[in-house]
Design a protein. Structure first.
Length: 505
């Protein structure tokens, strides 16, 4: 292993250094850290430098059995199932407090492991994760059923019917999350699942497992009983697949690519697991002729270059009214050219690397295919000559709807820009996608904005903004962007079953 030269050259918090100095990370099962010697190990890299930060074990059959047994036992234990809603709420709130107390350290770890600029974690994603725990802490003692007045015709004479529903935890949840925003993806599953009284086996992405493991330490400190939160690292094809197939798992809560989401459905069918899927996107940004162009240019650019475009709702297809098209292309390109690329721990960095060399190659492949198909790279379009996996922020014009660069999710800092003349035309273009995750509309006309919001095929529509997230706002996709919604009051329902009780009294 290399020395942590890049990490060491920044002034890290003592907690970050202490966590990194372990180098050899472990699995969390039943509140114990285990490290069986026979397991494959996966290097975890700093994508800005290629340096090895440490390694993680790949959980195999035996560890999965152990974790499932621990989670099943916890599900009905007095220590967890026996808690009142209020007591569960206090645990979630304590977890939020601990995350907040350790926010600088968590941000540094997330940047080192994933590459994102420090501020993205520190000011957006980790506060957002804390809010997930606080919001769902507030739901723990609100899991109410209903009393139902029935119309049963054959009611026995002289008897009464008392019917009601109970909300019960769905059971053991496998939470499988991607690498683009590791902490918040984990929090969006852990918080509602725990609020519902479920137990969880969290499988972080193999490229970015460090902060999940640190969350495991905080969960023990917060006082979650053994078996309630278990963390198994490993590759998707091995650990993830085995979890999704395991008969002892009741539900898979998956965030990731649409292709893997479809595989999850196949694995889950064996015991008809409950499945929620938060999948890919190719979100349109629509700039009308009457838009506030300063806001629209900044908003469109930020929608695709934030977190180097590794955002499920990234505004990767920009449609601009012909009257403002040149201004928009020029403005977004200037924004792209002005972004400072670098190590995320450098406070002046505005755009970090992609998560891995593999993702860098994938993004460059789409750009090259676009060029072969006749698209014009207005700015960017290349990797940096650097050991890190950087790709220049890229704007592509002269595209046609059938090109792969327009249709497929790239998950990098690459947007395509297309002019339009009529509202119906842009709606048809925006909706011509297998995906339906999000969209934004930029206009000064209230009427146009709300007509478009109704007609756009997307789980979320933003007006004069993009990527506004909150624990209170449901997020999820139409079409092949997924099943179900995370965040918001209904999200806890993803982790509950409804039991009907009907008594003759
Ligand atoms: P991915 O589908 O490759 O992997 C996601 C997770 O699934 C990882 O933990 C991975 O190890 C695991 N996995 C991979 N193959 C598996 C298999 N065969 N069985 C079980 N698990 C498996 O996705 P990614 O490349 O890590 O993340 C990028 C994708 O995530 C993009 O498509 C992005 O749009 C999507 N995403 C969606 C949302 C949303 O809310 N809709 C949010 C973030 C990311």
């Amino acid at each position: 292993m290399n020395d942590l030269t890049a990490a060491a050259s920044f002034d890290l918090k003592p907690g970050t250094t202490a966590f990194l100095s372990k180098r050899r990370h472990q699995l969390l099962i039943n509140n114990e850290w285990i490290d069986p010697p026979n397991l494959d190990r996966i290097d975890t890299l700093d994508p800005a430098t290629g340096e090895v930060l440490g390694d993680i074990p790949e959980a195999g059959k035996a560890e999965i059995e152990q974790a499932v047994s621990a989670a099943r036992a916890a599900l009905t234990s007095d220590a967890w199932h026996g808690l009142t809603g209020s007591a569960r709420s206090r645990l979630l709130w304590r977890m939020a407090d601990l995350m907040e107390e350790n926010i600088d350290e968590l941000s540094e770890l997330e940047t080192l492991d994933q590459g994102k600029p420090l501020g993205v974690g520190r000011w957006a994603e980790i506060p957002g994760s804390v809010e997930q725990f606080r919001f769902f802490a507030g739901q723990c003692n609100r899991l109410e059923g209903t009393q139902i007045p029935t119309s049963i015709a054959y009611q026995p004479p002289g008897k009464r019917i008392h019917a009601y529903t109970r909300k019960e935890p769905v059971g053991v949840v496998a939470a499988i999350v991607p690498w683009n925003s590791p902490i918040i993806m984990a929090a969006m599953k852990l918080a509602p699942a725990l609020a519902a009284g479920c137990t969880v086996i969290l499988k972080p992405a193999e490229d970015t497992s460090l902060t999940a493991l640190r969350l495991g330490e905080l969960a023990i400190e917060a006082g979650f009983p053994p078996g309630v939160i278990n963390i198994l690292t490993g590759r998707g094809e091995k650990t993830g697949k085995a979890l999704a197939k395991h008969p002892g798992i009741d539900k898979v809560a998956f965030t990731g690519s649409t292709g893997v989401g479809k595989q999850i459905l196949k694995y889950a069918r064996h015991n008809l697991k409950r499945v929620t899927l938060e999948l890919g996107g190719k979100s349109p940004v629509i700039v009308m002729g009457d838009a506030d162009m300063e806001a629209a240019i900044g908003g469109a650019a930020n929608s695709i270059f934030f977190n180097a475009g590794q955002v499920c709702v990234a505004g990767s297809r920009i449609y601009a009214h012909r009257s403002v098209y040149d201004q928009l292309v020029e403005g977004v390109s200037a924004y792209a050219d002005g972004l400072k690329l670098g190590h995320g721990l450098d406070q002046t960095t505005q755009c970090g690397p992609l998560v891995s060399k593999k993702q860098q190659a994938r993004v460059l492949g789409y750009i090259n295919q676009g060029k072969e198909d006749g698209a014009e790279v207005v700015t960017g379009g290349a990797a940096l000559d650097d050991p890190g996996s950087f790709v220049q922020p890229t704007v592509v014009a002269n595209v046609a709807p059938e090109m792969s660069i327009v249709r497929e999710e790239i998950f990098g800092p690459v947007c395509v820009v297309t002019p339009f003349d009529e509202n119906d035309e842009v709606l048809a273009l925006a909706n011509d996608s297998d995906y339906g995750l999000a969209a934004s509309i930029w206009t000064e006309s209230l009427s146009t904005a709300h007509h478009m919001a109704e007609d756009l095929q997307a789980g979320t529509v933003w007006i004069n903004s993009h990527s506004m997230y909150d624990a209170t706002l449901p997020i999820g996709g139409l079409k092949q962007s997924g099943w179900g919604r995370e965040s918001g009051q209904q999200a806890v329902e993803n982790y509950l079953e409804t039991k009907t009780v009907c008594a003759v009294l």
